[in-house]
Design a protein around this ligand. Structure first.
Ligand code: FAD
Ligand code: NAG
Ligand code: NAG
Ligand code: NAG
Ligand code: NAG
Ligand code: NAG
Ligand code: NAG
Length: 647
């Protein structure tokens, strides 16, 4: 019986005859990383977010959201995002650039972002009813959230459009804002009224800019010139105004009018607000005027130092994981569950209807195939009991409170606080979405091994419902639903087929994302399993040199793939490398061991070892029997049995 997985099992046995107990601990080498993370075992890593101190994006958290966004004398552009959402990652460079460009506007409108993947921010993302990620909203000055008003949604992700929409929203501000730097956005309509009436005496000039209908050219120029107290930008669209200052509005012209009413004509080279503002700045500089001085933000050297120390430790894990590419790690399974319970589910304001059903289904399946330790099993079971009581609406907040109550009661729950197999070579790569795949593969395999399970769709249905209703990566969720119906998820008729369905679907995603900006250069998206992990899985794997990324090039041996998947997801082979509280897991393994079919687990090596012991015992029995029989003392329980019992 040479199963394709046997080779893998043997390689994990590190070439020695290890018992199962030894095998499990053998997968857990302690490293420098352990020592480092042990110091701070709970709670889980705060996510690092997509923006750092070098960026001009204002980082919002629960700690500064109200004081930065609510009832301010400036507006706020807020991006609600999830660190792990691929689309958010692809959008991040654009948003950073936008923040950089619009930094000059920050006295009037700030560019900010909040990471909804950080658990501490749950309450805010829930209150603001964020349904997709990333979501951009504009909160005007004086903003206060209420049932009808959670900011003005900005539907574009193109920087030019965002800028344009934002400028329009800022200029539409109707109430008088208590902000002396707020530009006067009212268009000049009456050519006869003095431009300087009621204007602060600092302002030596008014720059008159013709603004065509639906354009924000002058608004944006005014915002770019906030640092120049000497000039006020005014927009106009009236022919009479153009006539008075002799401006040919068919060309790009600016009238720089001084307090005596003398107009100087400036000729910008292109009709963009950057060029317009630069043109005005150049003219003012030539007249010996200067902008206000900016306060420089103090550098945070300390933070940089600690980041460097940490990245050294991360490199150790990356090395380890790259050496054992096909291992499944306990830490990732736990991090997935933790993120689901702590972050994704509580963020939904009202869990009702289909969503509630999806949550109930998911928790039922998780309870059945739960990789957590004893306390974690109790937690999920009690949480499921709580959730199934509801049949209408379950507020996300109530779920969160119940979760916190149960965790406080049952603590400690989680043995891991970091991703391990799903670690990224940079903090913004891999992580949660990787662990979510891992968790569902794991559960699909456990279901296939569970003889009591009747419904072949149990895990796939739970996954589909979860991804559709809770997964915070909005474009992933949409892709997945489309793929599920194209690949006829509901036609899967056996549990083994379900394991393979998920494998094939995941490979389709891998193929689509190979070479994408979200790909981790240290963990390339290849068709899984790779030829080096499982040679038997590919029928024509001999041509490995042509590192084929395309599924079309590979003829799979599905029986071998199925065995391989069952093997790597075997709870006994799940690696505990990188967990901090291994003691929480021992009982779990014992429970799993009672349930599993022993023959599936032992490698050929173990079998030979077992036969040897068996033969040895028989010999001993014979010896014992002869000994006692010869002496005439017949006993009902010869010692041989006791010895067998100990094997
Ligand atoms: C349901 C779902 C849909 C997604 N859709 C998108 C999307 O549309 N766009 C987008 O940008 N991102 C999407 N993602 C995220 C994306 O798939 C990856 O999770 C992310 O890019 C991180 O990739 P990774 O390299 O860590 O490996 P992942 O693809 O996340 O894989 C995780 C681990 O699973 C194993 N594995 C890989 N392939 C297979 C397989 N075929 N069968 C079994 N095990 C496998 C490997 O050990 C791997 O390390 C989606 C995620 C999920 C969970
Ligand atoms: C922030 O403001 C909201 C709405 O007024 C309020 O409900 C919440 O308690 C405030 N949060 C903090 C941390 O002050
Ligand atoms: C500004 O307020 C006035 C009166 O309240 C209203 O008629 C007008 O539509 C408002 N304009 C904008 C742009 O909101
Ligand atoms: C306007 O802001 C200043 C300080 O920024 C504050 O002292 C003043 O009370 C505010 N006025 C109003 C009417 O809110
Ligand atoms: C300006 O926008 C409005 C509403 O979108 C539209 O009806 C109008 O035609 C536009 N005007 C021009 C000159 O594009
Ligand atoms: C899937 O199932 C539906 C109904 O059970 C059936 O009508 C359809 O033909 C099936 N499709 C495939 C490809 O098996
Ligand atoms: C593998 O076999 C398939 C079908 O026989 C063929 O189309 C494909 O080109 C082969 N791939 C390689 C890498 O040999």
């Amino acid at each position: 019986m040479t199963r394709p997985g046997a080779q893998l099992a043997l390689s994990i046995l590190v070439g020695a005859m290890l018992t199962v107990e030894q095998l499990v601990t053998a997968g857990v080498p302690l490293s420098r990383f352990e020592a480092l993370v042990n110091k701070r075992s709970e709670p889980a890593d705060e996510t690092l977010g997509l923006y750092d101190d070098q960026d001009k994006v204002v980082k919002l958290t629960v700690g500064n959201f109200n004081e930065t966004v609510l009832e301010q004398n400036h507006g706020s552009l807020v991006e609600f995002y999830n660190t792990y959402c691929g689309h958010c990652r692809r959008f991040a460079p654009t948003y950073k650039e936008l923040a950089q460009q619009l930094h000059a506007w920050h006295d009037v409108v700030i560019v900010s972002a909040i990471d909804c993947a950080a658990e501490e921010n749950n309450g805010i993302c829930r209150t603001y009813e964020v349904m997709g990620y990333p979501t951009l909203r504009y909160m005007p000055p004086g903003f206060h959230p209420n049932d009808q008003q959670y900011g003005h949604k900005i539907e574009s992700q193109k920087p030019e459009e965002i800028r344009n929409l934002l400028a329009g929203l800022v200029a539409a501000e109707n109430q008088t804002v208590n902000n002396t730097l707020w530009p006067n956005f009212t268009p000049v309509i009456d050519a006869e009224v003095s431009l300087f009436e009621g204007v602060n005496s600092q302002r030596q000039f008014v720059a008159l800019i013709h603004e065509p209908e639906n354009s924000t050219l002058a608004i944006q120029t005014a915002l770019f010139l906030l640092q120049w107290p000497v000039v006020q930008v005014r927009r106009f669209n009236e022919a009479a105004v153009a006539a008075k200052y002799k401006l040919d509005t068919s060309k790009d012209v600016i009238a720089l009018v001084d307090r005596k009413g003398v107009a100087k004509t400036l000729l910008p080279t292109a009709p963009t607000s950057e060029v317009y503002s630069k043109t005005i700045e150049t003219a003012l500089t030539a007249l010996n005027f200067a902008p206000r001085l900016e306060l420089l933000a103090a550098d945070d050297h300390q933070q940089q130092a600690s980041t460097t120390a940490k990245s050294g430790a991360l490199n150790d894990i990356i090395k380890e994981v790259r050496r054992n590419k096909h291992l499944i790690y306990q830490a990732d399974l736990e991090m997935a569950i933790r993120t689901i319970l702590h972050n994704e589910v509580p963020k939904v304001n009202e869990i009702g209807g289909e969503r509630l059903l999806a949550l109930q289904r998911f928790l039922t399946v998780l309870q059945r195939y739960n990789p957590l330790g004893t306390n974690g099993r109790q937690l999920v079971s009690k949480l499921k009991d709580y959730v199934v009581q509801f049949n209408q609406q379950l507020p996300g907040k109530s779920f969160e409170q119940e979760l916190q109550r149960l965790e406080a009661k049952l603590a400690p729950i989680y043995s891991a606080t970091h991703f391990v197999g799903c670690i990224g070579s940079s903090p913004h790569l891999r992580g949660y979405s990787c662990s979510l795949w891992t968790l569902f593969h794991f559960m699909s395999v456990q279901a296939a091994k569970n003889e009591a399970a009747q419904d072949p769709l149990e895990v796939l249905q739970a996954m589909h419902g979860y991804i559709k209703n809770f997964f915070g990566c909005t474009d992933c969720s949409e892709h997945f639903q489309a793929m599920a119906s194209r690949r006829k998820i509901w036609n899967v008729t056996s549990k083994d087929e379900a394991v393979l369905w998920l494998w094939e679907a995941h490979n389709e995603v891998n193929q689509r994302l190979a070479g994408d900006a979200t790909e981790d250069p240290q963990f390339l998206k290849v068709q899984f399993p790779s030829a080096s992990s499982c040679a038997q899985c590919r029928r024509n794997a001999t041509t490995t040199s042509t590192a084929s990324k395309s599924n079309a090039d590979i003829t799979w041996n599905k029986d071998a793939v199925l065995s391989f998947l069952k093997n790597i997801h075997n709870p006994e082979f799940v690696s505990r490398y990188g967990v901090q509280r291994e003691e929480l897991l021992h009982e779990t393994l014992d429970t799993m061991r009672q349930k599993r079919q022993i023959a599936n687990v032992f490698s050929d090596m173990d079998m030979r070892m077992g036969m040897f012991l068996y033969a040895f015992c028989i010999i001993m029995m014979v010896v014992a029997f002869k000994l006692f029989a010869f002496k005439g003392g017949y006993r009902k329980k010869p010692y041989g049995h006791d010895m067998l019992g100990k094997v």
